[in-house]
Design a protein around this ligand. Sequence first.
Ligand SMILES: Nc1ncnc2c1ncn2[C@@H]1O[C@H](COP(=O)(O)OP(=O)(O)OP(=O)(O)O)[C@@H](O)[C@H]1O
Ligand SMILES: C[C@@](O)(CCO)CC(=O)[O-]
Ligand SMILES: [Mg+2]
Length: 415
Amino acid sequence: MSLPIVTSAPGKVIIFGEHSAVFKEPVIAASVSSLRSYLLVTATDDENVIELDFPDIKLDNKWKRQDIAVLKECAVSAASSSHNELSQELGVALEPLLANLNDPLHYHAAYCFLYLYTCLCGAKTGLKFTVKSTLPIGAGLGSSASISVCLALAMGILGGHISDSGDKLSNSDLSFVNTWSFIGEKCINGTPSGIDNAVATYGNAVSFQRQDDNTIKFERILDFPQIPLILTNTKIPRSTKTLVGNVVKLAEREPLITKPILSAMGHIATRGAEILSSLSDENYPVLLELVRLNHGLLVSLGVSHPGLEVIRSLSDTMKIGSTKLTGAGGGGCALTLIDKNASDSEIDEFKSQLQKDHGYVSLSTGLGGMGCSYVSSEKLKGHVASLATVFARDTTVEEIDSVLLPNGGPLSWVH
Ligand SMILES: Nc1ncnc2c1ncn2[C@@H]1O[C@H](COP(=O)(O)OP(=O)(O)OP(=O)(O)O)[C@@H](O)[C@H]1O
Ligand SMILES: C[C@@](O)(CCO)CC(=O)[O-]
Ligand SMILES: [Mg+2]
């Protein structure tokens, strides 16, 4: 395997079914292929270390060969056991390597990295992993899944599980990345449903339902319609792990109340999928209604935030469309599905009021597009200097996009 290598994965928007997905209800989500994470793997100067450089969260950490070597046995056993649960033994063995990381953002990112690395690459050293993302972190757009997918794909190639000589990722490559990025999501989030990593792996749009036996009913929706929506980032920080944990606790405390709420959310996702598969001017208002219903149920589970209600309330007042939180909620992003009667100037006014009065940022983006992808070292020849520049600290989104964004930049991506 020659270096450098670059991998990438998109963010996602959940249209219907966040939180209920964790309780094995159906969920529909689409990739946001213009907002992505990118991972560059290079050789380190000191071949006795592995280095993790996550400039977006100001984390740069190195581990020595002997620290990694002691994990070998439990990593082999974790890699060969069930891929639905994390290995407690490996978790305990990793603790001393994470002991200096007090910020939970750092801890979970490094835990995900080390868990995947030891399982997929063994005790190899001499590698540096640098991650840059154009996705807002912790805002509901699947940043954690996109970095897990980047890591799983790169480590799949480095560990010899995925060949980097083809011109396409095979179904079994994608299934490998999906399985291991789910493990990475577990390291960051505890009990994810697997929807975020599935969308970041496969791209486009996906309908997904975890079954009671933990298998997944999964459909790739290749002709997902472009629905007119506005994403608004409140920039209110929150953690998916905490929000999902709170809903799980509520469901344990009040099963008779929460079960019908969660199953109603599942019915919304099923109905939403039906409407999206035959979207027309006639049934479009039903989609708006489903967004309103879905948000109301999420509010009842306690995962909204006054800052998100500002967006919902303004879109109702101005009759712009229907708003729901997207992702885990508690802050982060809301999506507003635009009412076809809303004029362009009203939509502009809606965005600028949210910006002026609350400092919120509107993200205009299409849905769907490329899932995980990589550029092999062969195809990176001639680009090494520009890669060093964009993966440095403090590069802007525009600078990153100009070099790395698939379908626009100079690199030829395999996907
Ligand atoms: N660019 C990045 N660099 C390093 N770590 C990151 C990056 N992006 C995400 N992470 C990790 O993922 C965590 C955020 O994940 P979290 O699941 O809370 O939010 P999200 O994935 O953005 O939103 P959601 O899960 O609701 O879609 C961070 O705490 C960090 O550990
Ligand atoms: C809140 C949640 O439903 C979506 C987070 O993007 C959690 C999950 O499904 O893993
Ligand atoms: Mg996440």
